[in-house]
Design a binder for this molecule. Structure first.
Ligand code: NAD
Ligand code: ZN
Length: 352
């Protein structure tokens, strides 16, 4: 079968591979819609996870089941399914602790395009199908469904990690698709003011539609100065980091109030250490929590997020700015994600 792969650090291309085998608890799926992710870009061009040779990329998909293992109970051949980016082993000790995304070790639930071939293939393998897949609901089209693989669960997790409460002021750093979903998640959780950092005009427009009250451009000077000015020197209750690099932690700690939470959902592709400004961190006693997390996954989670779409509380279709038809155009969508033209939020590839 054909797949679009990371050949080595800095190089992508089409490769031929054997069709994966389906174990007793697993499913084989063929894609109906695919989306590339900024994480694939970090992995390939920054070598952020280390070397990978001929690893098929991609972890955002809606697909159709072509084979199921004999122990799979709830899915059958022909079912159309939402496929989460993270597919944990649900019997692991990490899952029992509540951190299934780290099943088998740090980030271990992130299998596609990390430790096994991803979804940018004619067929891909899903472990633990009953626990990891969800039926694609009628009323959600496959393109929008791909936003439920990673963008919605990750962005909304930013708001969960930040423990947003009613009436709080939040700063969201980065308004690519992930940050935009963090803005929407903050609004859903009852934030009052949502300050959003970003520059691409489409992203700014959509950020406002999802609930951003103030837009900050990091190109107009230090973010912390702009935040302090906008908040009359008070700062914000919570910060969600969804873009930029390791320097954003410094910014976050500088603008957060005592007792605040800095929640990172950004994939830090480079740099060895994160600096925390000692004084701003209350010389270690400011009750400022710094957390970061990979998106939670699982069938119940993805079904619940789909319900947000079905009840019109969340409209992830606004993230899709570019659509391609045909598997063979995947490389073009991937290239867009790499080059990030000004009008891009998220490209999707539709497959018949
Ligand atoms: P994106 O590139 O589309 O958006 C990044 C945003 O950051 C843009 O708004 C950009 O203007 C802003 N930005 C860039 N440089 C900045 C700076 N110096 N200071 C402040 N802001 C800056 O990316 P995306 O697709 O939205 O993804 C965001 C991040 O989330 C990526 O690192 C991606 O790999 C990661 N991610 C994490 C998970 C997870 O499970 N935690 C899942 C998917 C993606
Ligand atoms: Zn991703």
């Amino acid at each position: 079968m054909k797949g679009f792969a990371m050949k080595k650090i800095g190089e992508v291309g089409w490769i031929e591979k054997e069709k994966p085998k389906c174990g007793p608890l697993d499913a084989l799926v063929r894609p109906l819609a695919l989306a590339p992710c900024t994480s694939d870009i970090h992995t390939v061009y920054e070598g952020a996870l280390g070397e990978r040779e001929d690893l098929i990329l991609g972890h955002e998909a809606v697909g159709e089941i072509v084979e199921v293992g004999e122990l799979v109970k709830d899915f059958k051949v022909g079912d159309k399914v939402l496929v989460p980016a993270i597919t944990p082993d649900w019997s692991s000790l990490e899952a029992q602790r509540g951190y299934a995304m780290h099943s088998g070790g740090m980030l271990g639930g992130w299998k596609f395009s990390n430790i096994k071939d991803g979804v940018f293939a004619e067929y891909f393998h899903v472990n633990d199908a009953d626990a990891n897949l969800a039926l694609l609901p009628e009323g959600i089209d496959p393109a929008v469904g791909t936003m439920l693989s990673d963008m919605v669960p990750t962005g909304l997790h930013g708001a969960e990690l930040a423990e947003i409460g009613f009436g709080e002021d939040v700063l969201v750093v980065g308004i690519g698709p992930v940050g935009l979903m963090a803005v929407a998640g903050s609004a859903l959780k009852g934030a009052a003011r949502i300050l959003a950092v970003g520059t691409r005009p489409n992203c700014v427009k959509v950020a406002k539609e999802y609930g951003a009250t103030d837009i900050i451009s990091y190109k107009d000077g230090p973010i912390e100065e702009q935040v302090m000015k906008l908040t009359n020197g008070k700062g914000v209750d919570k910060v969600i980091l969804a873009g930029g690099g390791i320097e954003t932690f410094k910014t976050a700690v500088k603008v957060i109030k005592p007792g605040g939470i800095v929640a990172n959902i950004n994939y830090l592709g480079s740099g060895d250490y994160i600096e925390i400004p000692r004084l701003d961190w209350g010389v270690g006693m400011g009750h400022i929590k710094i957390v970061g997390g990979l998106m939670p996954a699982g069938r119940m989670r993805i079904e619940r997020l789909a319900n947000l779409v079905l009840t019109n509380r969340l409209d992830p279709s606004k993230l899709i700015t570019h659509k391609f038809e045909g598997f063979e155009n995947l490389d073009k969508a991937f290239d867009l994600m790499y080059k990030k033209p000004k009008d891009l939020i998220k490209p999707v590839v539709l497959i018949k």
